[in-house]
Design a protein around this ligand. Structure first.
Ligand SMILES: Cc1cc(CN)n(C)n1
Length: 325
């Protein structure tokens, strides 16, 4: 089988939500290549936490007795609950008995984001949080039945993009796809990014160890790289109150160039211009921030919205393919 699903952006492209049939209900889920749990708001979630969300009703599923899950994300959000086996359909691709993690508790960030009815993890199943036994991701569940064991991400700035499962749509990218091998030891789509440049010109240095993470909004890079970037932004300043680099919204940001698999990709300054910090619209928060304390770089949506990415398990070593959109 194969299929395509829309990826609809929230305001400021904070995250992208995709319609997924879970049991007999369609929910809008955040496809996250940086985690491996498929969890959903449910009729088991306290009403005080689930108002405004679409809810999975586990009555259509088979309860996995004694199984629980509990996940925390890099942004401090989290959720926990119980586990059911049920039908999950993404763009016509069907997992007949997918582990569906029904939330019995969600953090305030999820409670408040009523566009979001849960997450669909697309990292490696080795980091699934279900106890006493880790469960397969949706991709792992259907991988063997897909025309090709791969999926692609084609996210857009302020417009609907797509995730495709089982095939590469050559109309969605230009030029050739350059591939890098993935190290799955930490359960992420983790690879080594090479040289970079600010504005234009030839790349040099090295961004280093990085993950492709559709569930993270921004780009988190080594301090040396980030300082080199904002040195080219006159009004930029590290604002500890905001927790990152800010600048005058009126200032045009430079492009950021990064080399992956021998090919240089350009993230436009307009894509790096993330969002105002408050309603005055005077000061803006940058889409490139420091990776301090994370342990690796994260190429999140700010990067991903200008490239076409292949998450490829056609070979014994998984690999990532990158092409310009
Ligand atoms: C909910 C969520 C997902 C991710 C990325 N894996 N973050 C940082 N927050």
């Amino acid at each position: 089988q194969s299929g395509e699903v829309a990826a609809n952006p929230e305001q400021y492209d904070e995250s992208y939500l995709c319609p997924v049939q879970v049991g007999q209900t369609t929910l809008n889920l955040d496809f996250d290549t940086g985690s491996a749990d498929l969890w959903v708001f449910s009729t088991l979630t306290p009403k005080s936490e689930s108002t405004g969300h679409s809810l999975y009703n586990p009555s259509t599923g088979t309860k996995k007795s004694g199984y629980t899950w509990d996940i925390s994300y890099g942004d401090g959000s989290g959720a926990s609950g119980t586990v059911y086996a049920d039908k999950v359909v993404v763009g016509g691709v069907t997992a007949t008995s997918q582990a569906v993690e029904a939330a019995t508790s969600v953090s305030s960030q999820f409670e408040q984001d009523t566009d979001n009815d849960g997450l669909l993890g697309l990292a490696f199943s080795s980091i699934n949080t279900v106890e006493p036994q880790a469960q397969k991701t949706f991709f792992d569940s259907v991988k063997g039945s897909l025309a090709k064991p791969l999926f692609t991400a084609d996210l857009k700035k302020g417009a609907a993009g797509t995730y495709d499962f089982g095939y590469i749509d050559s109309s969605k990218y230009t030029g050739s796809i350059s591939y890098v091998n993935v190290n799955t030891a930490n359960g992420f789509w983790e690879f080594t990014a090479s040289g970079y440049a600010v504005g234009s010109g030839s790349v040099s240095g090295s961004v280093g160890d990085a993950i492709a993470d559709t569930g993270t909004t921004l780009m988190y890079l080594p301090t040396t790289v980030v300082q080199a970037y904002y040195n080219k932004v006159d009004s930029a300043d590290y604002d500890s109150n905001q927790g990152g680099y800010t600048y005058d919204c009126s200032e045009n940001l430079p492009n950021f160039l990064i080399s992956l698999g021998g090919k240089t990709f350009t993230v436009s300054g307009t894509d790096i211009n993330f969002a105002p910090v408050d309603s005055s619209g005077e000061t803006c928060f940058g889409g490139i921030q420091e990776n301090t304390g994370i342990g690796m770089s994260i190429l999140g949506d700010i990067f991903l919205k200008s490239v076409f990415v292949v998450f490829d398990q056609t070979q014994s070593t998984p690999r990532l393919g990158f092409a310009a959109q």
